[in-house]
Ligand binder design. Structure first.
Ligand SMILES: Cc1ncc(COP(=O)(O)O)c(C=O)c1O
Length: 397
């Protein structure tokens, strides 16, 4: 009998992949499923980016690259951050990694160990809590509040900092809530963090290009007082519809970049060379495809939020960013997991229970609106019919 390391028992998962597998199995049985479970753009990678990847392979870019990424790509990342956030970043502090997840894995492993505490958003991207537990550290939930548009309260976050706190994870715009943290709340958090110079911050800004209705993305890179302990997570997956290319980047402070690069060398050596050339074309080429994708998401967001608010027992705040709606479903009489299961099995609509994103997600469902308008309308109609037909006695599972 093989014997695994004890920490393997602490590793969680991302339920979206399990729901995807169940949805595929139901489809294989001939059922019609509308999948609003998966968090990826339903658009193809823009053709000029695909062409740059193809050309890199044809031109012979088949070997290892520097572990931290090719210099032109790191320079392009620095220029893009300057263009979007008005900040100066040295290409020497940029680490190109295979997807957004790798940055969180490295950052959490770098700070997490038994006795340490790491604060993370809840409901939040499930991998944060999973990897914190895997590292041996204690996860400390930072509650997000529906009444605050799913922002945290800076005072509440600061009140939870202890002598054991090593790292605080921030995610705005957020998965699964679509919440965007307002500038005043960020200002308050950063001002408070100045009292705790030993606490590092990882800011997951993977949805930074997707904000709506005048909501403002505030990058934590723009606060000089925490730059020496800030790790930025961003990448190409969502902005350029490149989830399958596995390409992301991080910005590390001076004192951490060598450690982060050593983790990369130990883990994956470098990122696929052709993907790096594709990423370069994405940052330096035309941005029209990004603008039209965001415009499509904005239209769908408006439609789905209105439609969800019209469902009995549903209440949905208007999300400021990303491509998720996170309605409160407690008025339906179902708990989150129960409604997720019934909607998939009986109504043919795949969604994700809020509890898949942490204990504070009870009473909510996540809808990814990275789907066409007709599909979204049909999904809401199916749910309306399901709720209308479900006998009240069967409601509590
Ligand atoms: C908040 C958040 N961070 C990071 C990621 C990971 O992105 P990637 O697919 O580039 O690893 C995701 C993906 O869903 C996400 O929602």
């Amino acid at each position: 009998m093989v014997r695994l390391a004890a920490r393997m028992g602490a590793l969680g998962t991302e339920t979206a992949f399990e729901v995807l597998a169940r949805a595929k199995a139901l489809e294989a049985q001939g059922k019609s499923i509308i999948n609003l479970g998966i968090g990826q753009p339903d658009f193809a990678t823009p053709p000029h980016i695909v062409e740059a990847g193809r050309k890199a392979l044809a031109d012979g870019h088949h070997g290892y690259t520097p572990a931290n990424g090719i210099l032109p790509l790191r320079e392009a990342v620095a220029m893009d951050l300057h263009r979007r956030h008005g900040v100066t970043v040295s290409p020497e502090n940029v680490l190109v990694v295979p997807g957004g997840k790798v940055t969180m894995f490295f950052a959490i492993l770098m700070f997490g160990e038994a006795g340490a505490e790491i604060m993370y958003p809840n409901p939040g991207f499930p991998i944060y809590e999973s990897v914190i537990r895997f590292s041996g550290a204690t996860p400390v939930a930072m509650p997000l509040h529906e009444a605050k548009g799913f922002s945290f309260s800076a005072d509440e976050v600061l009140a939870q900092v202890t002598a054991r706190t090593r790292l605080i994870i921030i995610n705005s715009p957020a998965n699964p809530t679509g919440g965007v943290v307002p500038r005043a709340e960020m200002d308050r958090l950063v001002a408070g963090l100045e009292r705790f110079p030993n606490v590092a911050v990882m800011s997951d800004e993977i949805y930074s290009c997707m904000v709506y209705d005048g909501a403002e993305h505030v990058s934590l890179l723009s606060y000089p007082s925490i730059r020496d302990r800030l790790i930025l997570l961003d990448g190409w997956s969502k902005t350029y519809a490149m989830t399958g290319w596995r390409l992301g980047y991080s910005v590390w402070p001076e004192k951490l970049i060598a450690d982060a690069t050593r983790l990369a060398i130990n883990c994956h050596s470098c990122v696929n060379a052709s993907a790096q050339f594709a990423g370069l074309a994405a940052l330096t080429g035309p941005q029209d495809a990004v603008h039209s994708m965001v415009a499509a998401f904005a239209e769908r967001r408006q439609m789905i939020v209105e439609a969800l608010n019209g469902l009995p027992g549903f209440r949905c705040v208007s999300p400021g960013g990303a491509f998720y709606a996170f309605p409160n479903i407690s008025g339906t009489g179902y708990d989150a997991k129960g409604l997720q299961t019934r909607l998939l099995d009986d109504a043919g609509v795949a969604t994700i229970a809020g509890t898949s994103f942490g204990a504070h997600g009870e009473g909510y469902l996540r809808f990814s609106y990275a789907s066409s308008l007709p599909q979204l309308r049909e999904a809401v109609e199916r749910i309306r019919q399901f709720l209308g037909n479900a006998p009240p006695g069967e409601r509590r599972l």
